[in-house]
Design a protein around this ligand. Structure first.
Ligand SMILES: [Fe+2]
Length: 291
């Protein structure tokens, strides 16, 4: 006899400014929860941050009397700043990301010529998660699925029958994530996507982003079966070579995300700002002609 996977409650909050979905995963009021891929609002014109998006998460957690066990990242995002330190300060919980983040830290320490004290051992996070590692969220068990390709450190989180895919798959009418950031690779992403699409057909898949085309409503939940049937980039029958050719051609047309420079510098520090300088102000750098 097989036991069905538990079906956790999944609350998604869509951030209109960055097209990002933050998830709270739990088992009902009073239970433990995990927060996945939080957003700190950032205005690139003024350099100011705000906590409007994160406060929506805090309100939800508090109104459901949830205890935060984990504040998880699927990867070092290039399109928004993480609100993990703010959420941890307000709600508690352990911050975590995939253990290959150390390679991403090394690459960007070089590109941004960061201070020598900046550690590339991932110690800015409370915990680094290995492929296949399990972790507890109250009665729920989460499992790490290593899904590199978009970045070399991407992970997905399987919690009960729900999988949080990060930037691997998007909704079926949008396709897949780009692979042209440092350390990204289309062939590797194809293999990671196949890993996700080999899960049971009814597995619920939750996207990290949605970029709805043709005026459709924002959506961020689908299933393995739906992706295999309809995903415009990786539906059943699309071979690796065909995918790699499409992905490479398409990536060559994409501009860098508006927030990539500040986002990467903050997110490889687990969402912390760089050390304040002698005037009490924290700065991010702009490397010229480097990306
Ligand atoms: Fe991303």
């Amino acid at each position: 006899m097989t036991t069905a996977a538990p079906t956790p409650r999944v609350h998604g909050v869509f951030d209109e400014a960055t097209w990002t979905v933050t998830y709270v995963v739990h088992q009902g009021p009073g239970s433990a929860c995990a927060v996945i891929d939080s957003v700190l609002d950032y205005d690139p014109k003024s350099g100011r941050t705000k906590t409007h998006s994160a406060d929506r998460i805090i309100d939800y957690v508090k109104s459901n009397h949830l205890t935060v066990a984990w504040i998880l990242e699927t990867h070092a995002h290039a399109d928004h700043l993480s609100a993990a330190p703010y959420l941890k300060q307000q709600l508690g919980g352990m911050t975590a990301i995939g253990n290959q983040i150390t390679h991403v830290q090394e690459v960007f320490k070089g590109i941004f010529n960061l201070e020598t004290e900046f550690k590339t051992d991932g110690s800015q996070f409370d915990h680094l998660l290995a492929d296949g590692e399990t972790f507890k969220i109250g009665e729920l068990t989460g499992k790490v699925i290593y899904v590199p390709g978009h970045t070399p450190a991407c992970v997905a989180y399987a919690i009960g029958d729900a999988v949080f895919v990060g930037d691997t798959l998007f909704m079926p009418d949008v396709g897949t994530a780009r692979c042209d950031f440092p350390g990204g690779d289309a062939r590797t992403l194809y293999a990671s996507v196949q890993k996700l699409l080999s899960l049971p057909p009814h597995t619920r898949l939750f996207m990290c982003h949605d970029y709805p085309p043709n005026q459709r409503e924002v959506a961020f939940e689908t299933t393995v079966a739906e992706q295999r049937e309809k995903n415009i980039h990786v539906h059943d029958g699309i071979a690796e070579a065909q995918f790699v050719e499409m992905r490479t051609r398409r990536d060559a047309t994409l501009e860098m995300p508006v927030l990539i420079l500040p986002a990467v510098q903050i997110n490889i520090r687990a969402g912390e700002m760089p050390l304040k300088e002698s005037n009490g102000i924290s700065y991010v750098k702009i490397p010229l002609n480097a990306l």
